[in-house]
Design a protein around this ligand. Structure first.
Ligand SMILES: Nc1ncnc2c1ncn2[C@@H]1O[C@H](COP(=O)(O)OP(=O)(O)OP(=O)(O)O)[C@@H](O)[C@H]1O
Length: 329
């Protein structure tokens, strides 16, 4: 695989005072993954599993109480190879928008609510494009048309657009400079199913047209089935399985992935699918060994004693589970 982003043994913890005690919340704990050029890499996992913290850490958007404890995030952009945490804040800023951009769930936060939408494009992209105003707006117009958005919408205020249209406009804004890497955090979660489909096909189209790589985060496995090329499953701050999407859905290996895939509703279901017993762990006091073991139907003695390493079980898939790989140490 031609790697665009390499995340190596990344650990990022929050410092939190809980019940008067100073604790570390180990939200990202030793994650290693590679995102290929032109690939849509999905991250899935339930609420509080560390998805948002992982993408903030990859994007270099770190502020206290979050701290990168160890590990690396390396980008192989056209401008050269860069190590996110060896860069100065200015160098990091220079990457934003041009090479790396971010699509969030709450699109209103990006589009200035009291100004017409064209101002948002000017504010974010004009100085980077290094062309005159007329040429700039011609480029913005053709980018919108390419994404099947009417350029007249640039004259509108954000509140005049529907939620789905606003989100599509935010995606147009995030991609106007054709960044090589786009991070999307639950970009369709607040949208109804029909609008969600439009936004997902827009993301696929962008990936085809401008060849960007995406890191696509959502707890919704149905969305991953539609849009992601590969999926990494996160549980309690750790990556537990990674595979091409089709393989992951056809034959999930990790018991947690089996639960996620097995709990997807299917047409003809007479009753609700069983939910997993127990709750995800408190990341300030995670269980020893495999963090999933207290809830795992396949747990063995070793699972509470040792952290299962991520093992490559096929050239394109990895899993961290003693029940699958045995103890290979
Ligand atoms: N500012 C903070 N201080 C302390 N702990 C935090 C802070 N922000 C998040 N956490 C903790 O870090 C862990 C991971 O949170 P994170 O938001 O990354 O999870 P998530 O998978 O993105 O969840 P969701 O899907 O609900 O957004 C959680 O245990 C959360 O309580």
């Amino acid at each position: 695989m031609d790697a665009l982003v390499e995340v190596q043994n990344l650990k990022a913890y929050y410092r939190a005072f809980l019940y008067g005690v100073d604790r570390e919340v180990r939200a990202v704990d030793d994650i290693t993954l590679t995102i290929g050029r032109g690939e849509i890499y999905g991250i899935a996992g339930e609420s509080s599993s560390g998805k948002t913290t992982l993408i903030k850490t990859i994007a270099g958007a770190i502020r206290p109480p979050l701290k990168v404890v160890s590990g690396k995030v390396v980008f192989h952009f056209a401008g050269g190879t860069q190590d996110m945490y060896a860069m100065t804040p200015d160098e990091r800023m220079a990457l934003r928008w041009l090479y790396l951009s971010y699509i969030m769930q709450a699109s209103m936060n990006v589009l200035n609510p009291v100004r017409r939408i064209h101002h948002s494009f000017t504010d974010f992209a004009f100085r980077h494009m290094k062309v005159g105003k007329n040429e700039f707006f011609a480029k913005v117009g053709s980018h919108l048309e390419r994404l099947k958005l009417d350029p007249h919408l640039l004259q509108a205020y954000p509140h005049e657009l529907s939620g789905g249209m606003r989100q599509r406009m935010t995606i147009a804004l995030a991609t106007i400079l054709t960044p090589e890497f786009i991070i999307a955090d639950e970009p369709t979660t607040a949208l109804d199913v029909i609008v969600q489909r439009d936004v997902l096909s827009m993301i696929r189209e962008i990936q085809r047209e401008i060849g960007s790589s995406f890191l696509f985060v959502t707890h919704d496995m149905g969305v991953h089935a539609t849009v992601s090329d590969r999926v990494g499953i996160v549980y309690a701050g750790r990556l537990v399985e990674e595979a091409p999407t089709r393989k992951l859905f056809n034959l999930p290996l990790h018991p947690y992935t089996q639960h996620l895939v097995g709990s997807l509703p299917r047409i003809g279901d007479a009753k609700a699918r069983p939910s997993l017993e127990g709750r995800p762990p408190n990341l300030a006091m995670p269980p020893e060994g495999c963090r999933f073991h207290p809830r795992c139907p396949k747990r063995m003695e070793i699972c509470s004693q040792k952290v299962p390493p991520m093992i490559t079980v096929e050239p394109d898939r990895r899993v961290a589970c003693f029940a699958v790989t045995g103890d290979q140490a």
